[in-house]
Each structure stands twice: as structure tokens, then as C-alpha cells.
Ligand binder design. Structure first.
Ligand code: SF4
Length: 255
């Protein structure tokens, strides 16, 4: 399936294909980086500095920007990732790369084994392709439930979501109350463009997922992610067999 689009590329899916680092672009990134820092420092001052704020790191390009910023600036913000058990090899390689680069250990949350075993025995190993309900059930046990454990006891969480990523994120605020999980939620990169994300990665030489070099602008679980073609929505490669309006995994439910 990926072969159909492999010769086409999205506008700025990796450092090699992103536009030149002009002074204008560098200035925009510097300004937005400063704005993110101001937001995060204010969040820490308001909500506590004892790692009561946690960052959900999906290891995507945007999240690499936030990972770099938090670790480089030594902000007292916890970083965690969800290991669904179905991630691409390249994502595991990136986790190891980040740990080496920043001399840190990422906090991983795994799904509970019993629901996964029951689901697979009942529906099959790749049942998520069969219906939206089965796909959402898989996302629930592999992502939503571990996320709840990751957020337990926290006052706020941070995501790397951007408004431009999809129709479901068009009105994304910098800060919102996450009613589903009962805590504050910050989206510091909400107003960043894809170009600015990749410019940051180039300027600061941040590690990134090598699948981005193969035209995967948005990366999730291996069986539910594919490359996209020029002009396609950057989230078009996620759950590509579903209607765009249903393409969220349940981690980011609108209030
Ligand atoms: S993205 Fe796919 S494999 Fe991953 S949890 Fe959701 S349905 Fe399951």
C-alpha cells in the first residue's frame, strides 16, 4: 500500500525536505520557542513544580521539539510515553536515541495484559481493521487506559498537538480543561506550522523518527500508520481506512 505513494512527498515532513532555514523562519521559531517557554514556566508556577505536570510524548516530530525544550531547559515536567506493543521499530529506535542523546530514561506505560489477550483471542490480532468500534476498543486498551494511569494524580498534561494537523484539531487552544481526564491540558505548539517544527529540529539537531524520511508526517502504531502523498492531509496516513471525522484514538477528546 505504501508503494502507491512512496515517490510523492509532503511539504515539510523531515529536515531534508523542509524549506530553507531563512532568517525569517529562524526568527519565527525563536519567537515561538520563547512563547512556549513562557507558557510552560507559568504552568509550572501555577500548578506545581514537583512533576505534577506531565508531558505525553508520542515521539512524533512535534513531541521531539517539546522533549528537547523540556530537557534542554531542565523544566520540572515529567515526560512519559505509551508503548502500545504495536509501535514501529523506528519508534523504539528513537526512544533509545533520545535516552542516549539526553542521558535520560523515558517513562513508558504499557497496556494491561488481560484485556489485550481477551481482545486478540476473541477478535483476532488485527481486528482494528474490521470496524470503527473494534479499532476504538483497541485504542482504548492500548492507549486510553494506560494514559489514565499516566495522568493519575497529575494537575496538568502537555501535548504536542497542532491546530493545523487535522480537521478534528482546527480549534485547538493553547490551554483547555480536559473534562474527560479531569485536569488542565496544555497544547503549547497549537499555533506552530509544520515548517516551524522541522526548522526547530534542524536548528537544535533534535533526534527524530526515521519514518519521517519515508513520508510519514504523523506516526502511531505500525499497522495503523502509512505514508502520505503530496497534498494529502498530514494525518491522512493514520487509520486511513476510516472517515476523517472519526480519526482520533480517544486520547484527545473534545470537551
Ligand atoms: S492505533 Fe491501531 S494498533 Fe494502535 S491502539 Fe489504536 S487500533 Fe490498536
Amino acid at each position: 500500500m505504501n508503494g502507491e505513494v512512496s515517490l510523492l512527498r509532503p511539504a515539510a515532513s523531515n529536515p531534508a525536505t523542509s524549506p530553507a532555514l531563512t532568517d525569517l523562519l529562524k526568527a519565527a521559531v525563536a519567537q515561538k520557542r520563547e512563547a512556549v517557554l513562557v507558557l510552560l514556566h507559568a504552568a509550572v508556577a501555577e500548578l506545581g513544580d514537583q512533576h505534577q505536570i506531565t508531558f505525553a510524548n508520542s515521539m512524533g516530530a512535534e513531541d521531539m521539539v517539546l522533549t528537547d525544550l523540556i530537557l534542554r531547559e531542565q523544566l520540572p515536567i515529567e515526560i512519559f510515553s505509551l508503548d502500545t506493543g504495536r509501535l514501529p521499530t523506528e519508534t523504539y529506535d528513537l526512544i533509545a536515541d533520545v535516552e542516549r542523546t539526553y542521558n535520560t530514561r523515558l517513562k513508558l506505560f504499557f497496556p494491561q495484559p488481560t484485556p489485550v489477550e481477551n481482545y486478540v483471542r476473541t477478535h483476532g490480532i488485527n481486528a482494528f481493521y474490521e470496524s470503527v468500534d473494534l479499532r476504538k476498543a483497541c485504542c482504548h486498551m492500548r492507549k486510553v487506559e494506560p494514559l489514565r494511569r499516566a495522568l493519575d494524580g497529575k494537575k496538568a498534561w502537555i501535548t504536542g498537538m497542532r491546530a493545523q494537523q487535522s480537521a478534528t484539531r482546527a480549534e485547538l487552544p493553547l490551554r483547555q480543561f480536559d473534562e474527560g481526564n479531569g485536569l488542565e491540558k496544555f497544547n503549547p505548539l497549537s499555533d506552530w506550522t509544520e515548517q516551524e517544527v522541522w526548522a526547530y529540529i534542524r536548528i537544535y539537531q533534535v533526534p527524530y523518527n526515521k519514518l519521517h524520511d519515508q513520508f510519514y508526517p504523523s506516526i502511531g502504531c505500525a499497522p495503523c500508520t502509512r505514508a502520505v502523498a503530496m497534498g494529502e492531509d498530514i494525518r491522512a496516513g493514520r487509520w486511513w481506512w476510516e472517515n476523517p471525522d472519526s480519526k482520533e484514538c480517544g486520547l484527545h477528546v473534545k470537551s
